[in-house]
Write a protein that binds this ligand. Sequence first.
Ligand code: ATP
Ligand code: MG
Ligand code: ZN
Length: 154
Amino acid sequence: MAETTLRVSKIKNGTVIDHITNGHALDVVKILGITGRTGGIVTVAMNVPSKRLEVKDIVKIEGRELNSKEVDKIALLAPHASINIIRDYVVVEKQVVKLPAVLKGIVKCANPACISNSEEPVQPTFYVERGEPLKVKCHYCGYIMEKQDVLKQF
Ligand SMILES: Nc1ncnc2c1ncn2[C@@H]1O[C@H](COP(=O)(O)OP(=O)(O)OP(=O)(O)O)[C@@H](O)[C@H]1O
Ligand SMILES: [Mg+2]
Ligand SMILES: [Zn+2]
């Protein structure tokens, strides 16, 4: 019988980001600053058939857990993603990302005249008006940004 499966190493300790909206695996890799030059297994899978979504992307990273800012950035692009913490080869914790209602210090306002882009120490703040497709509104100037505008910053 022809070989139809390919074994990919499990990670011992790290994070599996599953159910990523297809097309966004590389954005997730970028958000996490992964270059692949620092060792540790990194597996990226795209357009994988899924029960829950039609197709999904997956990113598996050895030796890495995520902070809340990283999780919020991932939620902007992949609101259905689940974060699985792997310890000693097994999933010990599963967290479904949640898009916060208010984003503080996650994205910058694309309006150059916005006060949050001036010298003032003002933390950029956005209200999430819609999750998918993404639409966020600047607290200071009302400027609306969509997923493509946010993606440019990551
Ligand atoms: N040690 C590991 N190395 C790499 N990937 C792993 C490891 N353990 C689990 N995974 C992957 O992590 C994801 C979550 O694993 P889990 O066993 O919880 O699957 P599941 O029951 O399908 O979860 P869900 O209900 O979230 O889809 C799956 O994509 C699985 O293949
Ligand atoms: Mg599953
Ligand atoms: Zn603004």
